[in-house]
Write a protein that binds this ligand. Structure first.
Ligand code: HEC
Length: 145
């Protein structure tokens, strides 16, 4: 019993998640890339939701987002739907729709950068929540909770 528990702990690592054991670790790599994106995207939302809009900082984060937004996508190659992924099968079987969601996200983040550079709160809010909706829209369709 004890041995079984230890073996399981070894497999799952400290986060309780299955380790990505494949060469190049595509699943882990794309998950980390999304987390890096979230690290700059989330503080922008916090600023707006807590009425602490700092135009310079917001614009800086929007610029950083542009350097991170391309990172996850090349790691969704064929045959990379395996644990610990949270991607749904549709990423591959409905590749056109997934690509359409991705394009929507690209356009919305282009607009977010432009809006951030106006340094106007109303522009920032409108563009931020529009971009946020593109994250949510794709997750709803293509990501497990
Ligand atoms: C075109 C679809 C799509 C868009 C747009 C998208 N995501 Fe995701 N996201 C995914 C998929 C699919 C996964 C699951 C990846 C996996 O586990 O293999 C994911 C995973 C994540 C994760 C989880 C990483 C982890 O391992 O816990 C975070 C965080 C995340 N996305 C943040 C964002 C944010 C923030 C945005 C918008 C700024 C965004 N995503 C836009 C499809 C998308």
């Amino acid at each position: 019993m004890l041995l079984g528990v230890l073996a399981l702990a070894g497999l799952t690592g400290c986060g309780g998640e299955v380790e990505d054991a494949r060469p190049g670790q595509p699943v882990k790599t794309r998950q980390l890339a999304f987390k890096e994106m979230l690290k700059v995207f989330e503080p922008m939302g916090t600023m707006l939701r807590t009425q602490k809009y700092e135009p310079e900082k917001f614009a800086g984060l929007a610029a950083q987002l542009m350097t991170k937004r391309d990172a996850p996508w090349p790691h969704f190659g064929a045959g990379t739907n395996y644990p610990p992924t949270k991607a749904k099968e549709g990423v591959w079987s409905q590749a056109d729709q997934f690509e359409r969601e991705r394009q929507g996200f690209m356009i919305a983040t282009d607009e977010l950068l432009v809006a951030a550079q106006t340094k106007q709160l109303a522009d920032a809010e409108k563009a931020y929540f529009k971009a946020y909706d593109t994250c949510q829209s794709c997750h709803k369709r293509f990501k497990e909770k």
